[in-house]
Design a protein around this ligand. Structure first.
Ligand code: GLU
Length: 336
């Protein structure tokens, strides 16, 4: 599961973006990168650890007050530098001269109709330099851009099939980052200082930066600028989402005394289970959700098909469904 951090601010935001990526390292990744608005679009990418990216941005003196950053877990295209995010648009439209780097974009998820979109964009003169499904999004935003990045993203997501959390900015609008989510998580961090606002995959990425968090909902589009932001829901209606105070402590995402994140997870299991069970008022069917009684009464049996870790989750589900909901459940290894 990859990670996204993005910001608009009045200070150099690169250290915050890279630190945010460090706090998302626990999710796993194969490459990482950061892009900022700095006299055009500038970026640094690495197939090594975020610590290496940190050295790179310092050595290259990468600075900017608007930026996006990403840890990638490859789904389309090998884990390689040219496939690492952020991606830039590069257009050679029928009536334009070559137009490098107008839009920068990061994406978490999978675009199902990327082949069809790529063919259309190539016919328009867009030049692809990665094998990712993500690159179609950045060119599509560029192709629909007419001076308003938010409108371009709105028109873009209407053409996407699949799952995405997206953050993007444009050379022509230096103090604006836009985002969208469907099927992948994205939160908005409301800055408490310096007029700044943030987007991120989870609140942990912004620990120590802001605790004022808006959990975006499925289909939401978000526009962050200096000192202001707004959210549109899936019907493109402006909505006020609740701002929650979230006390994400950075220690939860840091490696601490452990050698790697898997070891940390193993040692944290007793605590995680205790936290999860806090507030549970007995083992009752309501644990399955508000509509559990209504749904369960029409179900005779459940068959779960799963592989690997999801198979083990399925076995836990079988235990719960049979012992609590009294529904006979069978779990099959889907790959067998
Ligand atoms: N599908 C995109 C890629 O392969 C994004 C993967 C991710 O979520 O990290 O680059």
């Amino acid at each position: 599961m990859c990670g996204i951090v993005a910001a608009v601010s009045t200070r150099n935001i690169v250290p915050v973006l890279v630190q945010g990526l460090q706090r998302l390292e626990y999710r796993g990744y194969d490459s990482c990168g950061v892009a900022v608005h700095s006299d055009g679009l500038q970026r640094a990418r690495s197939t090594s650890r975020v610590a290496e990216l940190q050295h790179q941005v310092t050595a290259e003196k990468l600075e900017g007050s608007t930026g996006i950053a990403h840890t990638r877990w490859a789904t389309h295209g090998a884990p390689a530098l040219h496939n690492a995010h952020p991606h830039f648009s590069y257009g050679r439209g029928a009536h334009d001269a070559a137009r490098p780097g107008r839009v920068a974009l990061v994406h978490n998820g999978i675009i199902e109709n990327h082949d069809e979109l790529r063919a259309r964009l190539q016919a328009k003169g867009y030049v692809f330099d990665s094998q990712t499904d993500t690159e179609v999004i950045v060119h599509l935003v560029d192709s629909l851009y007419d001076g308003d990045l938010f409108e371009a993203l709105k028109a873009t997501v209407a053409q996407l099939q699949g799952a995405y959390a997206i953050a993007a900015f444009c050379k022509d609008e230096p103090h604006r980052v836009v985002g969208a989510r469907a099927g992948s998580p994205l939160i908005l961090g409301v800055g408490t200082d310096k007029l700044e606002n943030f987007l991120a995959s989870d609140a942990m990425a912004l620990a120590g930066v802001t605790d004022q968090i808006v959990y975006l909902e499925e289909g939401d589009l978000v526009d962050i600028q200096l000192g202001k932001y707004w959210v549109l829901d899936r019907h493109h209606k402006r909505v006020e989402r609740e701002v929650k105070t979230v006390h994400a402590h950075s220690g939860a995402a840091e490696l601490g005394p452990y050698r790697h994140y898997m070891q940390k997870e193993i040692f944290e299991q007793p605590r995680a289970i205790a936290d999860t069970l806090q507030g549970v008022q007995g083992i009752v069917p309501e644990l399955f959700g508000d509509g559990a009684y209504r749904v369960f009464k029409d179900i005779d049996a459940v068959l779960i098909l799963a592989c690997g870790t999801s198979y083990y989750s399925g076995c836990t589900a079988k235990y719960w469904l049979e012992s609590i909901a009294k529904i006979p459940t069978q779990v099959e290894v889907a790959s067998a």
